[in-house]
Design a protein around this ligand. Sequence first.
Ligand code: NAD
Length: 519
Amino acid sequence: GSNSLKLSHSIHLQQKFYASSCSIPNVKLFLNGSFKESQSKKWIDLHNPATNEVICRVPESTNDEMLDAVKSCKEAFKTWSKTTVMKRQECMFNLQHLVKANMDKLAANITLEQGKTLDDARGDVMRGLQVVEHCCSITSLILGDSLMNISSAMDTISYRVPLGVTAGITPFNFPAMIPMWMFPMSIVCGNTMVIKPSERDPGATMLLMELCNQAGIPPGVVNVIHGAKDAVNFLCDNPDIKSISFVGSDQAGKYIYGRGSANGKKVQSNMGAKNHGVVLPDANKEATLAALTGAAFGAAGQRCMALSTVVWVGESKNWISELIERAKKLKVNAGHEKGADLGPMISPKAKSRAIDLISSGIKEGAEVLLDGRDIVVPGYEKGNFLGPTVLHGVKPTFECYKEEIFGPVLCSLEADTLDEAISIVNSNPYGNGTAIFTTNGAAARRFSENIDVGQVGINVPIPVPLPMFSFTGSRGSFWGDSNFYGKQGINFYTQIKTVIQHWRSEDAVASQQTSPTVM
Ligand code: NAD
């Protein structure tokens, strides 16, 4: 217990991206290939969510530091954009190897700063690693189009060329995966990138930067600044930044989409979610209940693809008591403790917001069949723990249904028919993910054809596509026109340059006659 906590603390302190001259280390900036102490006067305390101890301080980068980051990216772009595609591919092969080799170190850092279990933290790294692996195919992915003889002796070639300096702004919940949705795709296309990781857990990004150095990615290709709203405003306004990739809450995402687009930047914005699991009475009961339990409460519900709402169709509603029995067995503990199924929430504020939404659901008429509000985890009494909670009899008008709770709380609704369930899901403003549980192929097909959600699982509770596809949240969960990673990601990080060339055949003959000795 406390030994492994000490171990992950000491791993934390050894890393060179923390200045540890004082007892609480300062997180450094990553500028032009080096870790640098910020000169900022404004610092944000970062707490271990399992104990609420301050483990490091994150600077709000000064304006000069942010300008330095953009300048470094702009300078590096001049050579990086002309570096051969094979060299960029080689950097991705190197990075792939290094991320794999440092999986446990990255995971320990994620558990310490974000709170999720070590298994979930490894999964966080793994899902990012898969994007890096996809980037190793850049030599095929970035091919353009061409057509000979569009007119007599005239050909057209279209190239996918990089945009320039790009920016990435990430959320707290996947501190390794989401930065890896962004910077590998951006730079392998020939761009450079300024990243502003979540101020609540930037450690994984810093470790990845150390790996970028080792992978031979030249200084300036990726820079890291820290901060919150001021840093975001800087990225939205700086004229040298051509695009913004954002993942996080609605409030920040809509704001960034508006401000960035108004400044002429390309913006992709992945936002909040309310994902429904629709259960038909013909489903495989045991498999469905296992899937619902993991997807609703795993990672303390802090996944944008968490299945936070169940819609029981017809008689499947009788299974709820068995779902409760399964949820009761989940072990809530600090993420590094053996056997933990779910860890703490990110902050006391996030926990109290979830508790308020549970209370409002009860007030509006829901029945709390499982109540995790008063949980105490021995040894971690000060942590932000919330136990699995189930609100039954929820109606679409309830506050707890309209808001994304982003905690281990399942809202349970009922429908008489599949079509009624489809209409509930389609009336929700979000469109990130959904899943149907059934053994009837025709019902599954009717669901996937008529459901207006970007990522659909059929007996798959968290249908996140692997990176040869794209992450295709839709409606209120995504603003922009090119999604993250896969073909869509290449589309986002490149623009098309079309060259139309006319080489007259007679000039080839003429040049042979005028320069007979050239050969
Ligand atoms: P958040 O919006 O609070 O923070 C995300 C980033 O935006 C951070 O870097 C933060 O510094 C910045 N930010 C926060 N508030 C801001 C503001 N008012 N103005 C400008 N910038 C601001 O999100 P979070 O709490 O870190 O992450 C959780 C949210 O992210 C959930 O809503 C979750 O659904 C969503 N999410 C979505 C996806 C997806 O792919 N759709 C994936 C992961 C997380």
